[in-house]
Design a binder for this molecule. Structure first.
Ligand SMILES: [Mn+2]
Length: 297
């Protein structure tokens, strides 16, 4: 795989080559199906550039995750033939990453990219659960003429046969609500439930995670107060510590985390805090993955 022009965290070549890296970041700069604000095509670049300004010491896990190696690949090329060709390319790359024994991380770009990653991982792991952080249920069967719209991600995950656990939902259509009521392999925790009882929701999430788990974070799960740089901002989102508290317990749960993504960053000119939040979240997750591996030894 060819490297991106900038390294994650601004780390030197020694820690960012394909060969020396435990983590592989795959930029998915696609915003073909954005319906409100477009601009997520600039998300991966903004996040990777912001990461160069982070402290490389993970103060929670007390380690420097970059020492395990972080390779960033070239961007998935943008094609105007529709989302499917780009999802296939992403699927191919995720497959190559897992085959090499490395850990895949997708950064986006519109949320539909998750389908490409899940497709690759579902073929490798029969038993797969996707944990989706999102303001939206994304359970529409099709939207604006394509089943690969960012508003259909959850539904495609269900179609793939993976189990789906959602958290932070606060915007849902009548069709989705009906689907959710009868879907046996989907569990949704609303943002209001997180606000009312974070500990119970966290326990509920952790107890529903078994086997292999892929984590998908649509940045609009956060409150627009701290994450205004998304295509479809919704009031009443989670704050930084709520997401971190849930993720911490998820990362310690008795399951195998096989990849994650951070999607839908739509950078705002002159406002870098959201880009930085996304970069730091990505790096913290690497820290937890490494801490868990260390514990298992
Ligand atoms: Mn969303």
């Amino acid at each position: 795989m060819k490297p991106y022009s900038v390294s994650f965290g601004g780390i030197p070549d020694k820690y960012s080559s394909w060969k020396s890296s435990a983590f592989v970041v795959l930029p998915f700069p696609i915003d073909l199906t954005a319906t409100y604000v477009s601009g997520t095509r600039n998300g991966p670049r903004a996040m990777i550039e912001a990461s160069g300004h982070m402290e490389l010491f993970d103060e929670e896990n007390k380690i420097e995750p970059y020492r395990a190696g972080i390779f960033v690949s070239t961007e998935i090329p943008v094609l105007t033939t529709g989302p499917l060709a780009m999802l296939k390319e992403l699927e191919k790359r995720v497959k190559a990453v897992t085959r090499a024994g490395k850990f895949p991380i997708v950064v986006g770009g519109e949320h539909s990219g998750t389908c490409g990653a899940v497709s690759a991982l579902k073929k490798k792991y029969e038993d797969l659960t996707v944990l989706q952080f999102d303001a939206h249920a994304d359970l529409r069967d099709t939207y604006l003429g394509t089943p690969w719209n960012h508003a259909c991600v959850g539904r495609r995950i269900v179609d793939s046969g993976a189990k789906l656990v959602q958290v932070g939902v606060r915007s849902i259509s009548e069709e989705e609500d009906r689907f959710l009521r009868r879907a046996e392999t989907v569990k949704s925790f609303y943002a209001s439930e997180v606000r009312d009882n974070l500990a119970d929701v966290t326990r509920g999430i952790v107890s529903s995670l078994t086997g292999n788990v892929y984590i998908s974070i649509d940045l609009d799960v956060f409150d627009p107060g701290i994450m205004p740089a998304v295509g479809t901002p919704e009031p009443g989102g989670l704050d930084w510590f709520e997401v971190i508290d849930i993720l911490r317990d998820v990362m310690r749960a008795d399951c195998n985390i096989v990849g994650f993504d951070i999607m839908e960053l739509s950078p705002l000119p002159g406002i870098v805090a959201p880009d930085f939040l996304a970069a730091k979240l990505c790096y913290r997750m690497m820290g937890w993955i490494l801490a868990k591996r260390e514990e298992k030894k």
